[in-house]
Write a protein that binds this ligand. Structure first.
Ligand SMILES: [Zn+2]
Length: 402
């Protein structure tokens, strides 16, 4: 194994979450027990300091089809709308011919907001069903894996290239980065939205570690990768999406956009906290083990008092948590979910059945909230249940959520 960013062989194990199933594949009844398990371990590179998985599930398994739809949640769609407005106004308000490419465009939610502002849009989405859904809604989308070769045939250059939570499939990382560089206009802005590792650690949100996320960037480690491909970050800030996502604004190394200084402040904070250092991650590993002991104890106590417990949401990340904690249907009767694509399916590994939210007749005594990043939305939508004494437990309870 060599480092996915810098090719170093000096990789140290820092977090071991055991053997886990491919978390984005919810199971049909007949698939239960047949799902393969893969190691889920985070290693830290002693040279470039990037945290990363030491094992890659084949990308056809990971991205060939999935059931995550970004349009499903209102707060995420609102965030994407705000992003489109910000980019349009800050950089291209006077530009006559505006084009945006979204890599990993999902169901086209982000691009629809650009369309409303008069932009010409193109999405690239590797999941066939999801790409079709975007097409059905009038968002031009190609069903391919983006890389250096594919970049040539997309009709660039683009003023804006967007990548939300997808800049991590790094079998092809360097090819993806080269492709972005080649089809980004000279004055273009590449907006990378990624789970910010420093915040993941501070939130205790270890469930964000799963096979799809091969790399765990801080701003320093992202910048190192960008530099290698002739790109550089000139602005960045944190947004509350997924409990703390970094919005990094990137341009060509000789691009025209002046630094705002915000990215430098973030880099300085990483240095001060030591969040790129190996011991930062070793401390995190200890905290994760402690969370497991605490969660098993709390749920066991509720069970011993005869309480009925449902999971709230069946997010992909919930499978990391359930499998690592070893919480199954003996503890949680079902996972309550809105996404119709997950109807009648079971969680991989722990095999908890999924039920649709609008079909739940009687509320449980306890909701164990796996979709914790939508805490405020969930508590608001279920104010009636709270008033009736239903308990909402948050296994991960960050200080900052949508
Ligand atoms: Zn490295």
């Amino acid at each position: 194994m060599i480092c996915r960013v810098c090719d170093s062989t000096r990789l140290d194990l820092v977090i071991d979450l055991g053997q886990q199933p491919w978390c984005n594949h919810f199971l049909r009844q007949e698939e239960i027990g047949k799902e393969p398990f893969y190691p889920l371990k985070v290693v830290h590179c002693a040279d470039c300091e990037t945290a990363q998985l030491d094992f890659t599930v084949p990308k056809e398994t990971m991205f060939g089809d999935h059931t995550y739809l970004s349009g499903v949640t209102r707060s995420l769609s609102q965030h994407f709308e705000q992003v489109a407005h910000e980019v349009n106004q800050r950089f291209f308000s006077q530009h006559p011919d505006k084009t945006v490419l979204d890599i990993g465009s999902n169901d086209g939610t982000q691009l629809k907001h650009y369309q409303k502002l008069g932009w010409k849009v193109l999405g690239v989405e590797s999941s066939k069903g999801t790409a079709q859904r975007a097409l059905d809604q009038g968002v031009p989308t190609q069903n391919v894996f983006f890389d250096k070769i594919k970049a040539q045939g997309l009709g660039g250059p683009f003023q804006v290239i967007n990548a939300s939570g997808v800049f991590f499939h790094l079998e092809d990382l360097h090819s993806v980065a080269d492709g972005i560089c080649s089809c980004l206009a000279p004055d273009g802005v590449f907006l990378v939205q990624f789970l910010y590792m420093q915040k993941i650690v501070e939130n205790g949100a270890f469930d964000q570690i799963y096979h799809e996320h091969l790399l765990y960037y801080n701003l320093k480690t992202l910048e190192r990768l960008l530099q290698r491909h002739g790109l550089t970050c000139f602005d960045a800030y944190l947004a509350p999406i997924h409990g703390g996502s970094m919005m990094a604004f990137v341009q060509h190394r000789d691009g025209p956009h002046p630094s705002t200084g915000r990215e430098k402040a973030i880099l300085a904070e990483e240095e001060r906290k030591g969040s790129n250092r190996k011991d930062w991650y070793l401390n995190f590993a200890q905290r994760i083990a402690q969370m497991k002991r605490e969660n098993i104890e709390i749920l066991g106590e509720r069970k011993s008092r005869g309480k009925r417990i449902y999971g709230m949401g069946a997010p992909v990340k919930g499978n990391t948590l359930l499998n690592y904690f070893q919480i199954g249907p003996a503890t949680i009767d079902c996972l309550v979910e809105k996404n119709e694509l997950r109807r009648n399916l079971f969680s991989p590994g722990m095999h908890i059945p999924i039920r649709m939210e609008n079909e739940i007749q009687t509320a449980p005594d306890v909701y164990y909230v796996l979709a914790w990043n939508f805490k405020h939305e969930i508590l608001k939508n279920h104010a009636d249940l709270l008033a009736r004494g239903v308990e909402f437990l948050f296994p991960v309870d960050p200080d900052w959520v949508a």
